[in-house]
Design a protein around this ligand. Sequence first.
Ligand SMILES: [Ca+2]
Length: 545
Amino acid sequence: MIFKVDLVREKRSTRFLTRTQPERLNPAHPLQWLVLLVLSFSADLFAAADEQPNRIDSGPSQARPHIIVFLIDDLGVMDTSVPFLVDPQGQPVKHPLNEFYRTPHLERLAGQGTRFSQFYAMSVCSPTRVSLLTGQTSARHRTTQWIDPAQRNAGRFDPVDWNWAGLKPDSVTLPRLLQQAGYRTIHCGKGHFGPFDSLGSDPTQLGFDLNIGGSAAGQPGSYYGKENFGNIPGPRERWGVPSLQAYHGQDLFLTEALTREFNRSLREAVANQSPFFGYFAHYAVHAPFQPDSRFIDHYPGVSKQLAAFGALVEGVDHSLGQVLAQLEESGVAEQTLIVFVGDNGSDSPRGDQNAISCAAPLRGKKGTHYEGGIRVPCLIAWAKPQPDHPLQKQWPIAQGKILEQVTAIYDLTPTLLQLATGSSAGLPQPTDGRSLWPELAGTAPQRDADFLMHFPHEHRSSYFSAFRRGDWKLVYHWLRPESERFELYDLAVDPAESTNLVEREGRQLEAMAKALQHALLQADAQPPLTEDRAIPLEFQLPRKR
Ligand SMILES: [Ca+2]
């Protein structure tokens, strides 16, 4: 055994198995009454089967969609060869950074599915990961900072009780809900859901049946099999990637080892006729930027660090290609949904953190309040488009389309839950996400939404809240003097956030500040503390201009 397996499946609740009725059915139509009747009959069959041990997955699994989420660590919106940004007409624009990276498999997938030009995550790792599993913005779930697994990390003015402990065994999570709905839930790669020695640091405590390589660590001790992926006695041993002992000592890159194990877990699920949810959270492309010998020669003429970063990105794309090939070989590609998404802005080793550099033409990088810190790539596609496949008919995804509406990491949670169970009910309440299926079909009008990113901590940008509404973006700096407290940008005309419109757009500033204040209240956000650390800071509206 090289990984932990939880085979106690018969104890699962049956209550989610009755949620097989798609929300889009309209019982007013006589034929749809018939469909409802059949679905309700099948739900009863499911419930009956569940009472008998080991039969939970023996139902019509071929009719149920499989789901794979590729969550790529520190992959910003400009870190691939697929253009995610669009011109004013909504057409994709290739920028120089798109020319630098090589992600041919992602390019192919982009042609098969729908991608998002304004998709947001939180500015660092753990907040985004908890958001994806719960459907809540970080201000609400309160894991607002990355979790240092070794000690409670907090700056001088951080809220005392921000959720450093992260997720816990009683947290309601997407994998738990899918597990209860009869899915085989597979965790592969980086966890980073809780600190060392916490139950939540073990993905199998959070609703995953299987954990390949996940722990409290937010980065790998080493990408090299020859270095046992960091499992070498010494002070950094706890950062060693667990459960890959079979590859220790081998000349094999971590991205490849994880992919082999992930594909093995897919083959096992298919052999067991089990619908699966594969959460494949690559450690790449997070630091340390160690060269992957398979791809490093593709990046001549740049710094060693930059070449290594390019090779990390290409390795992830290669992994995507291997998984797509496995799905095809296993005969389940037509019924497998792929989500490809980054967890925060780029951390590529180029330029100043506030410059227009590693996310060019956008400003900033991972950890900053600028768009380069929080805008990530997101693409949703069927692994093999076949429009007349029953599942793809029921859940159509427009091919090659780009949606410009403001969307966020927590929108994926209800989207995936609805696909798997027919309903997005069951998530922690209140939820901040909404299912994206109406827009994915490519026929419904786009629905814009607000986006709140709250960060009462110290990092590259410290103690800020950022808020999107329409084309406007407001940034509130909690600890700065009044004259520097607000930044206001019109991203439609100034995507690089070069001109602060605070003085020129007084009325817009006031409206956006009130909207941000309301969003913070709605999320029950924790403000940073006052200078003497006695009480939480109060949000200050701008003075009348
Ligand atoms: Ca990250």
